[in-house]
Design a protein around this ligand. Sequence first.
Ligand SMILES: [Zn+2]
Ligand SMILES: [Zn+2]
Ligand SMILES: [Zn+2]
Length: 86
Amino acid sequence: MNECVHVSALPRPEPEPLSETCPECLAAGSHPVQLRLCLTCGHVGCCDSSPFQHATAHSKETGHPVMRSFEPGESWRWCFVDGSIV
Ligand SMILES: [Zn+2]
Ligand SMILES: [Zn+2]
Ligand SMILES: [Zn+2]
């Protein structure tokens, strides 16, 4: 496992998801491929295989470093700062 200072700085317990799906996609009438949950604020955004990549856009806008998969049965986390699974 990589040492990731961002994971250790995350709020615990993790934030409640703010929505069931990507709200930006919903507003744009687009369909997310997969969903990601921001572990700083609970924002739900779509993955990089989705047309708008709102999870990445959220991290860039807010500086929130770590998201995890919001797909059933998946729990891996991604750190945008380190650029790796953490
Ligand atoms: Zn990190
Ligand atoms: Zn989206
Ligand atoms: Zn966030």
